[in-house]
Design a protein around this ligand. Structure first.
Ligand code: SF4
Length: 446
């Protein structure tokens, strides 16, 4: 029996209005061309052929047909999309737990950016392996998530994580700033040497589970009920907890957000002009045929891999200089957004009423209508209800559905939490576009 959760996964295929939903976690967002094809084939064989890129750099298959859930999971595990050490004969509970301990977010340029402070890919693999080997960690919530930031030029730094680690220079070496229930643009609680990260995270996770009550599934819940000192003292009881609380130095350190225009288009990383090309399907949705075409493009233009980004986009890594322009053109021809000048690059929307019973409006369709009216440089998030599935971060403007085709407009500045301040009620899409045109822009990225 699987423990109850509404969070979809590879094995935990959950019901939705448009058929069941299967989420495939991609550590580091990395997806080989062969696995992309396997995913596309599985989405057509067992589901509607519609896929979504998520804001945690994963992929999900929508519209899984009733009775085909187990066959889909087995197909995906057989294609190598499951956790390490899991095969189709593995017990369902074990496969599910191992899958749900893969929530470690990296930059889409992890291991690629020569200006990064470190390559986080090996450390991420070590952390995931450590968590999967410890039976107690199978009780962590499927939403419990870690972030490892290597200082890459493109990184999602606005999503809160239960634990985040960000590389910072320390003389000739690198240490990791550590933070809890937040993101690397906020203040850390201390630092760790790279060699101490794995053992210290193990101790911290045990301490979290020691203190977590029945309903405390996330780090913010534990910190609401216990002091930080109590948590850290508990971690020390689990041994090998090497956090240094050098707060004075950390106070001066703060990771800067990545410029939004580095996510899309062609960008050189090396002196020979080679680099990456970024794009995003409109509103994070892609069909199986387009995913197959992306696999072919990755084989023709790069190292036969794709990287899914937390902006619901894709990135072709290791593209030679001579192939950049053609790769960009092919992405554009596939219908992907390749520039911030396209209004669809500045809009995000949750699944909406076609796929989610909680939604008060068809947010995807409304976002496409809004795209045609969106003022230059304006950004907005459309949400079918207050759960805000499409935006793990706090968007500058949120249109919260109140009824079909009607939204309340919220504006948020850096001092506000959630959606921010309610500034207008019950707007049609046309009225929302007008209201966005009349309000001063936020500088925060979507
Ligand atoms: S934000 Fe609400 S309406 Fe939208 S997908 Fe999530 S639960 Fe459904």
């Amino acid at each position: 029996m699987l423990r109850p959760s509404a969070c979809p996964g590879l094995v935990r295929v959950v019901a939705a209005r448009d058929g069941a939903l299967c989420r495939i976690r991609l550590p580091g967002g990395v997806l080989s061309a062969a696995r992309a094809r396997a995913l596309a084939d599985a989405a057509l064989t067992h589901a509607s052929g519609v896929l979504e890129l998520t804001n945690r750099a994963n992929l999900q298959i929508r519209g899984v047909r009733a009775g085909e859930e187990a066959a889909l999971s087995a197909t995906l595990i057989g294609a190598g999309l499951g956790p390490a050490g899991i095969d189709v004969a593995s017990p369902v509970e074990r496969a599910c737990a191992a899958d749900e301990l893969r929530n470690v977010m990296l930059s889409p340029l992890a291991g690629l950016d020569p200006n990064a402070l470190c390559d986080t890919t090996a450390l991420a693999a070590t952390l995931i392996d450590m968590m999967q080997r410890e039976p107690r960690f199978a009780t962590l919530s499927p939403k419990f998530a870690l972030q490892l930031d290597g200082g890459e030029r493109v990184a999602m730094l606005e999503h809160p994580h239960d634990i985040w680690l960000a590389a910072l220079p320390h003389g000739a070496t690198v240490r990791f700033a550590v933070g809890l229930a937040g993101c690397p643009t906020t203040h850390p609680i201390g630092t760790l040497a790279a060699g101490d990260v794995c053992a210290s995270m193990r101790a911290l996770l045990h301490a979290f589970l020691d203190l977590a009550g029945v309903d405390a599934t996330r780090m913010r819940d534990v910190l609401a009920a216990h002091s930080l000192d109590a948590l850290l003292q508990r971690a020390q009881q689990h041994g090998d907890f090497a956090l240094m609380r050098d707060n004075a130095a950390l106070h001066a350190w703060r990771r800067a957000a990545s410029p939004a225009d580095l996510r899309l288009g062609a960008h050189a990383l090396h002196a020979d002009g080679s680099g990456y090309v970024g794009a995003q399907p409109a509103l994070g949705r892609i069909d199986a045929q387009t995913l197959r075409a992306l696999a072919a493009l990755a084989e023709d233009s790069s190292d036969a891999t794709l990287r899914v980004t937390p902006w619901q986009g894709v990135l072709l890594p290791n593209v030679p200089a001579h192939a950049m322009a053609a790769a960009l053109e092919r992405l554009h021809a596939l219908g992907l957004v390749v520039s911030r000048t396209n209004p669809l690059a500045r809009l995000i929307a949750c699944t909406g009423s076609t796929g989610c019973a909680k939604s008060h409006a068809d947010t995807k369709a409304d976002a496409r209508r809004l795209a045609a009216l969106l003022p230059p440089d304006a950004e907005a998030h459309l949400s079918g209800c207050e759960r805000s599935c499409a935006a793990a971060h706090c968007a500058p403007f949120t249109l919260l559905a109140s009824a079909p085709d009607h939204y309340d407009l919220y504006q948020r500045d850096d001092t506000q939490s959630g959606f921010g301040q309610l500034v207008a009620r019950n707007l049609t899409i046309e009225a929302a576009a007008l209201a966005l045109a009349q309000r001063p822009r936020s500088t925060q990225d979507v």
